[in-house]
Design a protein around this ligand. Structure first.
Ligand code: 8YV
Length: 330
């Protein structure tokens, strides 16, 4: 029997991460790389010390209650931890960690990509040439919205929000944000960001709104039907955070009614299911839909794996893991 903690990983990871984990831990992987069913997760959680889930594994209180007594650490491979009932885990004395920081730039890049794509109709245009349906240039052909000089409202000014602000400034966007807490004055000054205490007031004045906050009970449907109605009819909505932060049905209705200029979504309320209505809007060119790939880079995945390993090792060595989740964070 191999020494080291017994670890179970719910998805196939990068070869480099798997090799390192095999060196260090008594580890098993779900090699099928398909999301695991609740019974399979329950089974996997019996005889292990450490569980490594991802965004596709729901670990509600009921499942955590049935975990084996050895389970002491849930080391999420990912930054968002809304798939885990963290309170239930902590109540049982199970530590929870995540992988913050290493996917900040990649996610901010993809957010910028969606802003450009929707405003300048890049994905829509890119489909015309291969389809053979481009009939030639004309003065009124494929007109999008100018980026330079527009107002970007960032909902959630954490690591990713700040990285987005930095990029967006280079594109000539003015930066506005709403956050639970105002960021330090030095950060605000560096980003030339305007703080809005009232989300409602900010929404009413923005050209582009980007969701960059975690999904928690406090942010569920933060962009509710009522708040979406505050947006200008030429506004664009971008979401690379979590589908649940926006009332997706209300957003879809407004896009269908032409009450918004467009949307760029990398995340959905019922992933991987996407409503046929949103798909129709994408085909009509009003929205860009991506399959939750905001952080999907080779470098990012390897670094996420490294963070998981650091968290497990530090926990097993009796230290406080660097990315420990506190009750106050969820
Ligand atoms: C990750 C994400 O790839 O880290 C997150 O919160 O949403 C993704 O970009 C995923 O969570 C992996 O579990």
């Amino acid at each position: 029997v191999k020494a080291g903690p017994r670890v179970f990983v719910t998805r196939k990871l990068h070869d480099q991460t798997e090799a390192r984990m095999r060196e260090l831990f008594d580890v098993r992987f779900n090699d099928t790389d398909a999301p695991m069913s609740p019974p399979a997760l329950r089974e996997a959680m019996q005889d292990i010390d450490v569980m490594v889930p991802t965004v596709t594994d729901r670990l509600p209180a009921a499942l955590i209650a049935e975990a084996g007594p050895r389970l002491k650490l849930i080391a999420q491979f990912g930054t968002g931890i809304d798939n885990i009932d963290v309170g239930a885990a902590l109540d049982r004395g199970i530590t929870v960690t995540n992988t913050p920081g290493v996917l900040t730039d990649d996610t901010a890049d993809m957010t910028m990509g969606l802003i450009l794509s929707v405003a300048r109709r890049i994905v829509e245009g890119a489909s015309l040439v291969p389809a053979g349906t481009w009939s030639g240039w004309s003065p009124t052909f494929m007109l999008g919205h100018r980026i330079t000089g527009k107002r970007l409202g960032i909902v959630g000014m954490g690591r990713i929000g700040q990285a987005l602000a930095q990029r967006a400034r280079a594109f000539g966007l003015s930066i506005h944000y709403h956050n639970r807490n105002r960021v330090p004055a030095a950060v605000e000054a560096k980003l030339e960001a305007t703080y809005w205490d009232s989300l409602d007031q900010m929404l009413a004045r923005m050209d582009i709104v980007s969701i960059n906050c975690p999904h928690t009970p406090a942010t569920y449907h933060l962009l509710s039907a009522r708040r979406l109605k505050l947006l200008r009819p030429d506004a664009i909505v971008i979401n690379t955070a979590r589908g649940e932060v926006i009332d997706e049905a209300a957003l879809t209705r407004m896009l269908e009614a032409g009450e918004l200029a467009g949307a760029g979504l990398d995340v959905f309320e019922q992933e991987p299911a996407v409503s046929p209505k949103l798909v129709r809007l994408a085909k009509a060119g009003r929205v860009t839909l991506l399959p939750h790939m905001g952080s999907a880079t080779i470098e990012g995945r390897i670094e996420m794996g490294e963070r998981v390993i650091v968290n497990i090792r530090s926990f097993v060595d009796g230290h406080r893991p660097p990315d420990r989740i506190l009750r106050s964070m969820v």
